[in-house]
Design a protein around this ligand. Sequence first.
Ligand SMILES: [Zn+2]
Length: 332
Amino acid sequence: MKGFRDIIGQEMSLKHIRDAVRTERAAHAYIFDGEKGMGKKTLAAAFAKALQCEKPVGEREDSDACGICHSCIMADSGSHPDIINVTHEKPGSIGVEEIRTQVVNDVLIKPYSSKRKVYIIPEAHLMTAEAQNALLKTLEEPPSYITIILLADNREILLNTLLSRAVCLPMRAVKAADISGYLEREKGLSPTETGIAVSFARGNLGKAVLLSESEGFTELWEEVRALLIHIREMTDVEISRSASAAGGKKEQRDDYLGLLMLWFRDVLYIKSGGSSEGVVFSGELRETEEAAEHYSFEQLNDIIEAVKTAGSRLRSNVNPDSTFEMLFMTMR
Ligand SMILES: [Zn+2]
């Protein structure tokens, strides 16, 4: 199970958290703010574990949890009585009753086996206004032993009164090099797969991992790759067949266009004299160079514009098959 040392990126938030643990001055409320996949849950779990660890903080490495005491073992197995993960039933909202029973009333009971109680509220942006107000009451006069960590995809949705009572730690985009290092080390991906996952994830490590594990994504890439290699000699019939195949991928149309965009940007980059280290599809360098040779600057710009246009057509519900067909014609 994770400790501070396993967290990739988020240096600023991590420093703040380590300081809070080291000085034993954790705030009563934190908001970890950032989109899904940015590591809020992992960070909250590591924070809770470090706050509860039984080893004196002065004897630990960088304030991190020791990982071997009774408290750490319980934290790792998800059975720590003083680390409370707040759950909710409806997928789209956290109701006031859920906050009342699991937090507001529960904070009145002293910690079971440690000095403090840590509450983690995932998807806190889903709390109804009533639920937030109930929580606010608790935070206006919090028992000294509680720390509540709210995980929010977007803190803007939360009430200002609630925000003002919490320490907000924004999750930052993780550096591309850190993500690719992680993927190559932990997932054994090829350079091209890593390049695609990193480009698509835009600093979101969770998303990059998800992409790298998704079978559908690898298959999609194989298909796009085949299209890119053969497009220049495809007949009208073949183009329209490929367009229907692409149009039929309801959930993956955006990814399809995203891959085409990345590819043609690589081609343009190489054509402009860019070095091979700067490309996303580093495993397809030969194909990229061939395409750079074949297309003129003007054509490449037209294609990139056509990919953008296809994206906005799909968003406004224009027929997907004909949208892809027009795009593939331009590419050819
Ligand atoms: Zn410990």
